[in-house]
Design a protein around this ligand. Structure first.
Ligand code: M6R
Length: 605
């Protein structure tokens, strides 16, 4: 949550900071601001709302200078207004911050008692105040003394009006990258703003601080000794974070699915079979596994839930899907015969990262499935499988979701084979997945007329139910989350069998219900549950594979997608649900890529 950017070089900083913030805007868009240094004059401009509001303001009063910092905010402490927007300043210092200072209240109370006054309601403002108090001519020393007092998480960008050549930054439990350009250097919360301007990057570790000029980078370890850092080349080509002619990132990302699913599957396939290169656990260790926990937040949890059913059915091993925020505090009994799989698109989700730490400390075996290669989760994992979805910008995840499911299916087959639960048929499935799934996904994306019509109808309603059993329950949760997240319609995903234990009292004439039936085994039971709601006047639309479509017309409208084997069907089933969410939000003229109150990367617990 929140994005920070910093620049030092020869160009005017303001424009570069604004472009950088646009690339980071998906991390939060409650307010934004920049601070630019010209010799020793600090110019600060902030605005409530999206970056375009800040840009508008800068038309009248753009600060000049070749060094600066910028911030796009997802509010944690204090309302989304201009006063609470970053940068926060005190005396010589200006600071942008991503993270949470947990002991801010104590620090602030102490400072207030000694006469220091505050303007904002933020946790961040204590940082510039402390820097100024700790400053007696040595900026690094002021930073060192200040960081010692802070508890919590931070990625900080700092400038000081006494040094218009140096940009400072520090990191603890929030992501921060230093981008190395030609005669200019950057700091950023992620790689996107660096694309096309920096060829190499230095990834800071927790506890490290850096002093950056246009042609040098000095990194200090937690004891403030100079330390050598590896430079990594920036591999993503410029333009990956652009809309490419689509109206929204979300639609672009939905449409990219056939290709990225294929890329992902190919990356874990070799010689016609599943291949997780350098998988750290032996066949004996996999055979000895007693339980698997699949852990994630939001959509990543839904991938976990769908996979739980697949792992139990195919690999015959007790499997549990857990919300990361619950798992980390649940005292789950773990040992070396447990495998904990952490799923995260960003690789930065605070709860998922903490769950990984908990699992690793307990001695359990761990694997992560992430989409961002140098992310905290990827780096902390003993073994990390990379989904090949590419940069995902829309807050509502789509392509990362299906790529995660694709990896989890392969992992399921890999574990099943190692445990002897896998027959020849399963190897064939692995080999054919990459040939079949992408084409079928493409077919769904090419036929959206029925979905668009449905979207028009439901854009008028204020509540919807998504009902399914087993894997379809996971898909129901995902369909409901996708629709509510961007259309603001109150949606509930429910196990189809559970409705009559209370919730059915909400069903009345014309209540919109979506039934999900992804394979024949689930048909009869879910169909009966759907009949229970139609009997009470609900308007039901069923999403099902083509071969089942004809059997469902009595229940209601049917939207079909290509047939597949049960293991793979959910991967296709969610695509019409993504499209439904997209077109409904479009119908309502809502900010699809940046829904209210949300941020793409949730780096606070
Ligand atoms: O980056 P992560 O996969 O760890 O993020 C987890 C959730 O925050 C994320 O899936 C969220 O639920 C999406 N916005 C849903 O579309």
């Amino acid at each position: 949550m929140c994005g920070i950017i910093g620049y030092v070089g020869k160009s005017e900083a303001a424009g570069i900071l604004i472009n950088g913030l646009k690339a980071l805007e998906y991390r939060g868009y409650d307010s934004a601001g920049i601070a630019v240094l010209d010799k020793n004059r600090l110019g600060v401009v902030k605005a409530k709302g999206e970056i375009k509001c800040l840009e508008e303001k800068l038309k009248d009063e753009s600060p000049r200078g070749n060094i600066g910092i910028g911030h796009t905010r997802w509010a944690t402490h204090g309302a989304a207004n201009e006063t609470n927007a970053h940068p926060h300043c005190a005396g010589h210092f200006s600071v942008v911050h991503n993270g949470i200072i947990e002991n801010w209240r104590e620090i602030r109370d102490g400072l207030e008692m000694s006469g220091v006054s505050f303007e904002s309601e933020t946790d961040t403002e204590v940082i510039p105040k402390l820097l100024e108090l700790n400053y007696s001519g040595d900026i690094l020393e002021a930073i060192r003394k200040t960081l010692k007092l802070l508890e919590g998480s931070y990625a900080l960008g700092i400038i000081c009006s006494n040094d218009a050549r140096t940009l400072y930054c520090a990191k603890k439990s929030s992501p921060l990258i230093i981008g190395l350009g030609k005669g200019e250097n950057f700091i950023s919360s992620d790689i996107n703003p660096l694309l096309g301007r920096a060829n190499e990057a230095v990834y800071l570790e927790d506890g490290e601080t850096a002093a950056i000029t246009e042609d040098s980078v000095s990194v200090y370890d937690p004891d403030f000794n100079l330390t050598e850092k590896e430079k990594k080349s920036i591999s993503l080509g410029a333009g990956t974070a652009e809309k490419g002619g689509f109206e929204h990132f979300m639609l672009k990302e939905i449409c990219e699915q056939p290709q990225v699913i294929k890329n992902t599957l190919d990356s874990v396939t070799a010689n016609g079979g599943v291949c997780f290169e350098d998988f750290p656990y032996t066949e004996e260790e996999i055979k000895a596994l007693e339980r698997i926990y699949i852990v994630g937040c939001g959509s990543a949890y839904h991938v976990g839930l769908i996979s739980k059913y697949n792992f139990e059915k195919t690999a015959k091993i007790p499997t549990f899907a857990e919300y990361a925020g619950e798992f980390r505090y649940a005292d789950t009994v773990l040992n070396e015969n447990c495998l904990v799989i952490i799923i995260s698109q960003s690789g930065e989700t605070a709860d998922s990262l903490a769950a990984l730490k908990t699992a690793s400390e307990s001695g359990a075996k761990t694997v992560s499935v992430v989409n961002v290669p140098e992310s905290s989760i990827a780096k902390m994992s003993r073994y990390s499988v990379l989904t090949m979805a590419g940069t995902e910008i829309a807050v509502a995840t789509t392509k990362a979701f299906t790529c995660q499911l694709a990896v989890m299916n392969m992992l399921c087959l890999y574990i099943a084979r190692a445990r002897g639960a896998c027959t020849e048929v399963f190897s064939e499935i692995a080999a054919n997945m990459s040939a079949t799934l992408p084409k079928k996904a493409e077919k769904i994306i090419e036929n959206t007329e029925k979905i668009k019509t449905l979207a028009k109808e439901i854009s008028e309603v204020d509540k919807c139910f998504f009902l399914g059993r087993n894997v379809d329950y996971g898909a129901a949760l995902e369909g409901a989350l996708k629709l509510k997240e961007i259309s603001y319609i109150d949606c509930v995903g429910y196990p189809a069998s559970e409705l009559k234990h209370g919730t059915i009292s909400l069903i009345e004439k014309d209540t919109v219900c979506f039934g999900l039936i992804s394979n024949r085994e689930l048909l009869a039971k879910t169909a009966s549950n759907l009949a229970e709601v139609t009997a009470r006047g609900a308007r039901v639309t069923v999403f099902a594979p083509e071969s089942l479509g004809g059997e469902l017309t009595k229940i209601g409208e049917v939207i079909t997608y290509p047939d597949s084997i049960p293991l793979l069907s959910p991967c296709l089933e969610v695509i019409p649900l993504q499209l439904l969410a997209y077109y409904t939000a479009k119908e309502k003229n809502l900010p699809i890529d940046k829904p209210r109150n949300l941020a793409k990367s949730v780096t606070v617990e």
